[in-house]
Design a protein around this ligand. Sequence first.
Ligand code: 4NP
Length: 194
Amino acid sequence: MAAAATRSQTSNKEAISSAKPVSVLFVCLGNICRSPMAEGVFRNLTNYNTPDQHPLISRIDSCGTASFHSGSQPDSRTLAVLKDKAGLPNYRHQARKIKNPSDFEEYDYVIAMDEDNLIDLRDMVKRAKKRELSSGEEMKKVYLYGIFGGKSADEEVQDPYYGGKDGFEIAYEQVTRFGKGLLKHIEEDARREE
Ligand code: 4NP
């Protein structure tokens, strides 16, 4: 039994190390509150940019569907949560708007924080297809983050911008839980492709 378990763990590791790494883009509206938080937490979960970087992760970034905060650093409340809860005191990110169609081509997972973001992203793929800039296949890469959360498939990370600190703490709990679920999904996918 123990030997079988060890064999299975070894073959899981082999499957993971031979699979193609994937890229992940987190998307919200302004790219200053939720998606940079999701990005920072997922970087942490995958040891991104460290010698221990997860072998199935190639690239992580975040962006917004709107440009009104382009160039700004994350909201101070997002930075406070990343510092106090995730132990990331030096997280920096410059907000940017999503690029259509290139971000959809370049990333394997394009992940919306809420239903509005999801609708906007799907509309962008449809528009690119209409203009014959894309095949429309990119639609398969667009997900609501909550589907990886293990609770309700339509769980959203609500926009905390106009609320208090508690909204950012709720968002942190969600993006941590969803991030673990996403990583598990990526690992299971790699094993399936073995
Ligand atoms: P985010 O939050 O989409 O999570 O970055 C927001 C940030 C700014 C605004 C709305 C949402 N805003 O209206 O300026």
